[in-house]
Design a protein around this ligand. Structure first.
Ligand code: SF4
Length: 114
């Protein structure tokens, strides 16, 4: 693990339904105190919301990533629109060839923000 804050954010972002703080630290492989510091930084940075939650009568927090506004330029590789827009394929991101091709194109030509 290189950056536990970044890893924590990625994990929370990967779960649209949210992650319980009482489970996050186990998944990140850190202790609960360190996890609290990670969560505090993410919350202070406005990247996540922390919602009170009770599981089995024990108080914890449900952590949810905030939706960030999308810059339209980030959806383009040159003049090629990211294939996810309007996609009707069964989505397995790690195995998606259209997305891989688009990312390859992005690496070559960059996007409109460059
Ligand atoms: S990752 Fe691939 S399958 Fe998933 S929405 Fe994007 S283009 Fe479609």
């Amino acid at each position: 693990m290189l950056d536990p804050i970044e890893d924590g954010l990625k994990l929370i972002q990967s779960r649209p339904e949210g992650v319980l703080q009482s489970e996050l630290w186990k998944e990140l492989g850190v202790d609960s105190r360190k996890c609290s510091r990670i969560v505090k930084k993410l919350e202070e940075g406005g990247l996540i919301d922390r919602i009170e939650f009770k599981k089995d009568g024990i108080k914890t927090y449900l952590l949810k990533a905030r939706q960030m506004p999308v810059n339209p330029g980030d959806l383009l590789a040159g003049d090629e629109l990211i294939p996810c827009i309007g996609c009707e394929l069964e989505c397995i991101v790690e195995e998606c060839h259209p997305l891989m091709d688009w990312m390859y194109q992005l690496a070559i030509v960059g996007n409109t923000n460059d």
